[in-house]
Design a binder for this molecule. Structure first.
Ligand SMILES: [Zn+2]
Length: 210
């Protein structure tokens, strides 16, 4: 079962995908992890990726496709995989079709207001990095880490303007992909404003029909 995951920032895509990985017994493949691993292992592709990232440039489609293709040729993908963060462009999606067959595109949907509420409420500990949420996972003492007593702070890009901006970029980037896979009858939408476990359950139930 070959799955692609799509979802805006704040939809909990990484959490849902990694829980499904265990339930379905499929590898969770994210391009971010692939880049990091290739750089760390100093593969030929990794060296190229490192140079590009160091220059602050975007990794070109062709290179990303090569990395994904190489990853999908490994034995652990024999029963399928969960792709996260790939494809990002139509060029990548078309390239993907030349070496694998996608069974479904899991599209996590969540309203902008709910994303803003989720992300703008996040707090991190300055000392130990522990994460909190002022509404969903508040610390016992206001603005203070339960674990180490450190002061909590808000990530610079977790403000409303920056979140709106990220959502806008995501929508602009992803809508062509959604259209591409809708035409192929591969898109399946899920309400991602629910609790992560519920979203995982809904997606897992759906995959039984594949
Ligand atoms: Zn702390």
């Amino acid at each position: 079962m070959n799955l692609i995951f799509l979802g805006p920032p704040g939809a909990g895509k990484g959490t849902v995908a990694s829980k499904l990985k265990d339930i379905l017994g499929l590898p969770h493949i994210s391009t971010g992890d692939l880049f990091r691993a290739a750089i760390k292992n100093e593969t030929d592709l990794g060296k190229k990726v490192k140079l590009i990232i160091e220059k602050g440039e975007l990794v070109p489609d062709q290179l990303t496709v090569e990395l994904v293709k190489e990853r999908l040729s490994k034995d652990d993908t024999a029963k399928g995989y969960i792709l996260d963060g790939f494809p990002r462009t139509i060029t990548q999606a078309e390239a993907l079709e030349t070496f694998t067959k996608i069974d479904s595109v899991i599209n996590l949907e969540i309203e902008k207001e709910k994303v803003i509420k989720r992300l703008s409420g996040r707090r991190l500990c300055k000392e130990c990095g522990e994460g909190y949420h002022i509404e969903y996972m508040p610390p016992k003492k206001t603005n203070t880490c339960d674990k180490c007593g450190g002061e909590l702070y808000t990530r610079k890009d977790d403000n409303i303007e920056s979140i709106s901006n990220r959502l806008e970029i995501y929508t602009k980037e992803t809508q062509p992909l959604i259209n591409f896979y809708t035409e192929k009858n591969l898109i399946k939408n899920f309400d991602s404003s629910l609790a992560a476990d519920k979203v995982v359950e809904n997606v897992a139930n759906f995959t039984k029909s594949l």
